[in-house]
Design a protein around this ligand. Structure first.
Ligand code: KE4
Length: 437
């Protein structure tokens, strides 16, 4: 990264590391997987980011998912501004919490009750606790490479930053906790059935990302989700879809709608807060009956349901609910970008695989198919690193890790998409000419 172009970010990074571990408040932002100095941003509008040095970028991170309609979408800014004038938090019930809860339960299939929390991690932690309280069982099954936030139970063979930094199973998680988390390979139904047979009557929940988005983007194999559904029904196991990423992104009803499979509980985050800190867990009424204060399973939060996040989320989701054409337009933009990048990669004659579900896109620099953790880790991380920086200097901001998905925003224009495809073409030409390193 040429020094002067990023001098402001470099200076800020030096300062940040004096006060914040790794200089960042979430590890994947530190560019460790791609090298160089993390870019510090000042502002963004629609799909265009502006960094502290005045450089502009087309954004394919979108704050890791929330910015489905683009940054600083005016109705959300207006709703948050108005809400802030009436206090930023009460720690008491407010009408907007009911409006958002009702809207989400109207948009997604099969959920009867929903509890707001403050992050996707908190949503997934709470959902697992509820499943354990409801079933009286202790063990859970998760999938290698899936990420459900940084709760202890999930940092076993986890994806996202844990995978990026080579610590899929984190120190600090006790053996007592780890023993209750069993892992299987994504898309391997027989392996799950075997685990259930070996732990009969002991498994409280199976939790998964119905579309894996934390080891790149990996769709469920045909029959995989339905197979898990049938298994959980037979065995009295709570099926939890972690839709923190896919919820309201892949369809208004999320992955449950796309694949026609109904979970027992679903977790949400990201889009439902439109960029403000929100998570939520939803479930069938008989399961959610155990949640305090109705039932004995405790979960709480000072800022849960805070009015700014609720107004932001409601404003965004109401637009998605009433203007379904957004999803068709997002699909067209996403398909256009994927086709353009495929043309560029084919022209360059490099090994690659692209997985896409709606506006979630995974690029792997290896032969396909990529269907699980093992095949995902075949990606050429060094080639991704070079590609990332080639795109960055050409004004395209990709997720700074080979194990993250790209998130497309509805605010992307055809010019943005063409600029992205052109940048990829130039980057690969330089890579192949040995001029990009
Ligand atoms: P948060 O606690 O970060 O709000 O949500 C955790 C989470 C849960 N479930 C899924 C499927 C997720 O993707 C996430 C968080 N996603 C990552 C990006 N892959 C957040 C980025 C970060 O850690 O900085």
């Amino acid at each position: 990264m040429s020094s002067n172009r990023y001098s402001g970010s470099a200076h800020l990074y030096d300062r940040a590391r004096k006060f914040i571990p790794g200089g960042v408040n979430s590890p994947v932002r530190a560019f460790k997987a791609v090298g160089g100095t993390p870019v510090f941003f000042m502002s963004a509008t629609g799909s265009i980011l502006k960094d502290v040095d005045g450089n502009q970028y087309i954004d394919y991170v979108g704050s890791w998912g929330p910015m489905l309609l683009g940054h600083a979408w005016a109705p959300v800014v207006d709703a948050v501004s108005k809400a802030a004038l009436k206090s930023t938090s009460f720690g008491a019930p407010t009408p907007i919490e009911i409006e958002l809860a009702e809207l989400i339960l109207q948009m997604v299939p099969g959920m009867d009750r929903i509890r707001m929390v403050n992050s996707g991690t908190e949503a997934c932690m709470s959902a697992v606790r509820v499943a354990r309280g409801y079933t009286g069982r202790n063990k859970i099954i998760k999938f290698e490479g899936c990420y459900h936030g940084h709760g202890d139970s999930f940092l076993i063979k986890a994806g996202s930053g844990a995978l990026t930094f080579g610590t899929p199973s984190s120190p600090g998680v006790t053996p007592g906790t780890a023993q209750d988390t069993l892992t299987a390979s994504f898309n391997d139904l027989p392996e799950v059935e075997k685990l259930c047979a070996e732990n009969k009557g002991e498994i409280a929940a199976i939790i998964l990302e119905p579309v894996a988005g934390n080891m790149g983007c990996i769709p469920p194999a045909d029959g995989f989700l339905q197979g898990l559904r049938d298994l959980c029904t037979r065995e009295g196991i709570v099926l939890i879809f972690d839709e923190v990423m896919t919820g309201f992104r892949v369809a208004p009803g999320g992955a449950q709608q796309v694949y026609g499979v109904q979970a027992d509980m679903v977790t949400y985050g990201k889009i439902i807060g439109a960029g403000l800190p929100v998570g939520a867990y939803a479930g069938r009424e008989e399961i959610m009956r155990v949640v305090s204060p109705d039932g004995p399973v405790y979960q709480a939060g000072t800022l849960s349901g805070n009015p700014l996040a609720m107004h932001a989320g409601y404003t965004l989701l109401n637009e998605l609910h009433t203007n379904r054409a957004i999803y068709d337009e997002l699909e067209q933009k996403s398909a256009y970008l994927a086709a353009g990048l495929s043309r560029v990669f084919d022209k360059a004659g490099i090994a690659y695989t692209m997985n896409r579900v709606g506006s979630m896109l995974g690029i792997f620099f290896c032969e396909g198919p990529v269907t699980d953790f093992n095949s995902a880790t075949r990606t050429d991380a060094e080639r991704f690193r070079v590609f990332f920086h080639g795109m960055l200097k050409r004004g395209v901001y990709l997720p700074p890790s080979a194990y993250e998905a790209l998130f497309l925003s509805h605010s992307l224009t055809s010019e943005h998409l063409d600029q992205t495809i052109q940048a990829a073409d130039e980057t690969l030409a330089d890579i192949l000419a040995g001029e990009e390193s």
